[in-house]
Ligand binder design. Sequence first.
Ligand code: URA
Length: 229
Amino acid sequence: MPFDPPPVTSSDPSSSDPSSEKVILINHPLVQHKLTIMRQVETHTQDFRRLLKEIAMLLAYEVTRDLPLKKQTIKTPLAEMEAPMLAADKKMVIVSILRAGQGLLDGMIELIPTAKVGHIGLYREPTTLTAVEYYLKLPLDVEHRDMLVVDPMLATGNSAVAAVDRLKEANPASIKFVCLLAAPEGIQHFHEQHPDVPIYTAAIDERLDDHGYIVPGLGDAGDRLYGTR
Ligand code: URA
């Protein structure tokens, strides 16, 4: 099937409204360097895990660029001032797509400690590659919160689509999808189903192989994260 390249925006601080863009490429040199080490076949589990957590913090920094601030009166040792703080009424919920999503979640909650956390469990049916849900647990007050849905690999897009289908039922104020690597096929499929949900990714790779793996990719993110293969 021919692939229509999506409009891709780089994470430029001067870009006006990141939420209105479809695909936001986080091409910060630190992210790109760490991702290259993660891709390498000789990188061991403990380094892979640490690097994913570090990249997650850097992605969280970019994804939260548009969070609203409000002025608060504070005292420094020298004077009183009106200083910006995150608007307290706009707390976030981060939803991890199990199991590889945990690797991104760990870094993100370190940077956004007030975020609430949800989990959705989906596995890929090996022959059809369709997503089958086996677990869902969300905070009670998801409504009116901004939601980040995290999964390192946007491959076929089936899991991401199924997760967002389900999470929209909880009525969050907004949804952003955050991954490490995306395949063009996955981006296209995801945005056919969820054109309103922007994708934040550190790289867009060439293609999927016959098993639905991203090429060149980094292999199975869950296995590399937990050393299960
Ligand atoms: N899931 C992975 O972990 N890796 C891929 O390449 C595709 C899906």
